[in-house]
Each structure stands twice: as structure tokens, then as C-alpha cells.
Design a binder for this molecule. Structure first.
Ligand code: NDP
Length: 251
């Protein structure tokens, strides 16, 4: 009998920031492939519950837990609830929660710099720290980075780009730290993906699309396909990689 290398049957998954956008698309697809998916959020409880309902009415399995990625204690408590629901283990962690708050150096408030550090870097670190001991062998950690950690193509994005460079650094280090347990760690680096955080509208979007060889924004579902592949057994030899999904923008 042929085994399905792409199946996620029986896998326990945590997607941070899963109530909308790229995280929600990942949650839906991973559940469709057979995983049980926990999603976290910081504010949008109703959106998270609606997504859980949508997944369950399509025959999947999911639940939502509040855990502000920028608050280490909230992450610890949230992860504890997720692990309890899963019976003490996890197979796949998608560190997706992240924010971008632009500002030029000299004009950006320190609080905005700190907020991006807390959610985009410390959130990834604290969620992974709280889960890694409970990860089963052959696990997967998929960090959502950004094409800005390859090249900074617009002004005003330095702090956000810095946080995503840090995520790529953590990925490479953890790829070595966890290899003995066959847990792979990779970064997915989206280009411009149409979400509430990055709407495809107005002059700015037109300028961005002019820079993309495919001439359009990517969709969250397209990023989710890459995440689902990395989460699968088929991707077992991909480790420590930074994988662009940007319509050719940086080609
Ligand atoms: P959205 O703003 O559309 O969605 C963000 C999700 O994360 C929501 O579910 C939100 O829910 C949650 N979230 C935000 N802050 C926190 C927090 N402190 N703790 C827990 N959850 C949180 O973002 P995108 O889907 O566009 O982005 C997702 C990831 O992809 C981010 O890491 C982003 O940097 C990255 N990315 C996005 C690109 C794009 O073009 N869209 C391009 C490159 C990278 P709630 O508000 O309830 O917390």
C-alpha cells in the first residue's frame, strides 16, 4: 500500500495568530490534511471561534486559545492549555503571529519598536521554548518570516525587517539544536500577501504589484500550501532553510 507523504493525520498542531490572514489559512489547510489544530489570538476571540466552527463544519478538528504572543506569561499559560488538550504533546508548531508597524528611524516611537520586538521575536522564542520539550520526534517548527529578511525594498520598515532577520537566525540555530530529535525548523518568507494587515488596494498596492513579476499579491492559501508541505513527511530533509514565496519579487 502506498503511504501518503503529505497526510497530517493524527498530528497535533499549534498555529499562533490563527484567527485571520495567513495563520487562518494555515489552520484550515492543516486541518484539511488531517491534523487537529490549535490556534491562538490576542484580541479576536470571535474570529477565532468562527474559524474553529468553519473547520469543524468541514469535518476537521480545531480549537482556539487566547495567548498574546507579546506577553511571555500569557504564552506560557496558553501553551499549557493547548498541551493539556493534546494530552501533553505537539507535532507541528507554526509561529505565525506577527505585526508590522512602519516608521522611519528618528521618527519611530520606542514603544512601537519594542512592540514588534516583543511579538515578532520574543513571541516566537517564548512559544517555542514552552512547547519544544513536548514535541514528538519528527516534529516540525515553521516560522513565518518575511522577504524583508532577504532584502529591505522600501523605507520605514527597518524595525520589522530586523525582527524577521532575528526569526531567520533563530530558525538556523534551532535547526541544529533539534536535529537529533529529527525536528526540522524552517522559515517561510512571504512577499506581499493579501491580508487585513496588507490589503491589496490603493496606490501603494499598485506600486508593490509593479515590483512583482507575477503582477499580483499572493493569497494566504498559497502560503498555507508551502507550510503544509514543510509540515509533511515529504519535507523531512528540509532543515534550517529560508524559503521565499513572493511571486518572484526578489528574483
Ligand atoms: P494579520 O494581521 O492579517 O493577522 C495576524 C494574526 O495574528 C491575527 O490572527 C491576529 O489576531 C494575530 N496576532 C496579532 N498579534 C498577536 C499577538 N500579539 N499574539 C497572538 N496573536 C496575534 O497578519 P498576516 O496574516 O498578514 O501576517 C501573518 C504573519 O505573516 C506575520 O508574522 C507577518 O509578519 C507575516 N508576513 C505577512 C506578510 C503579508 O504580506 N501579509 C508578508 C510577510 C510576512 P489578534 O489580532 O486577535 O491577535
Amino acid at each position: 500500500m502506498k503511504t501518503d507523504l503529505f497526510s497530517l493525520d493524527g498530528k497535533a498542531v499549534l498555529v499562533t495568530g490563527g484567527s485571520r490572514g495567513i495563520g487562518a489559512a494555515c489552520a484550515k489547510l492543516l486541518a484539511e490534511r488531517g491534523a487537529t489544530v490549535a490556534i491562538t489570538y490576542s484580541k479576536t476571540a470571535e474570529r477565532a471561534e468562527a474559524l474553529v466552527e468553519e473547520i469543524e463544519s468541514a469535518g476537521g478538528s480545531a480549537f482556539a486559545v487566547a495567548a498574546d504572543a507579546g506577553d511571555a506569561e500569557a504564552v506560557k499559560a496558553g501553551v499549557a492549555r493547548v498541551l493539556e488538550r493534546f494530552g501533553g504533546y505537539l507535532d507541528i508548531l507554526v509561529n505565525n503571529a506577527g505585526i508590522a508597524e512602519p516608521g522611519l528611524i528618528g521618527e519611530q516611537d520606542a514603544a512601537i519598536f519594542e512592540r514588534q520586538m516583543n511579538i515578532n521575536i520574543r513571541g516566537v522564542w517564548s512559544t517555542t521554548s514552552a512547547t519544544v520539550a513536548s514535541m514528538r520526534d519528527d516534529g516540525r517548527i515553521i516560522n513565518i518570516g518575511s522577504f524583508f529578511s532577504e532584502r529591505v525594498t522600501v523605507p520605514g520598515i527597518s524595525a520589522y525587517a530586523m525582527t524577521k532577520h532575528a526569526v531567520a537566525g533563530l530558525t538556523k540555530g534551532w535547526a541544529r539544536d533539534l536535529a537529533a530529535r529529527r525536528i526540522t525548523v524552517n522559515t517561510v518568507e512571504p512577499g506581499s500577501i493579501e491580508t487585513e494587515a496588507n490589503p491589496d488596494e490603493g496606490a501603494r498596492a499598485a506600486m508593490v504589484k509593479a515590483m512583482i513579476p507575477l503582477g499580483r499579491y499572493g493569497q494566504p492559501a498559497e502560503v498555507a500550501e508551502l507550510v503544509a508541505f514543510l509540515a509533511s513527511r515529504a519535507a523531512g530533509y528540509i532543515n534550517g532553510a529560508q524559503i521565499l514565496i513572493d511571486g518572484g519579487m526578489l528574483a
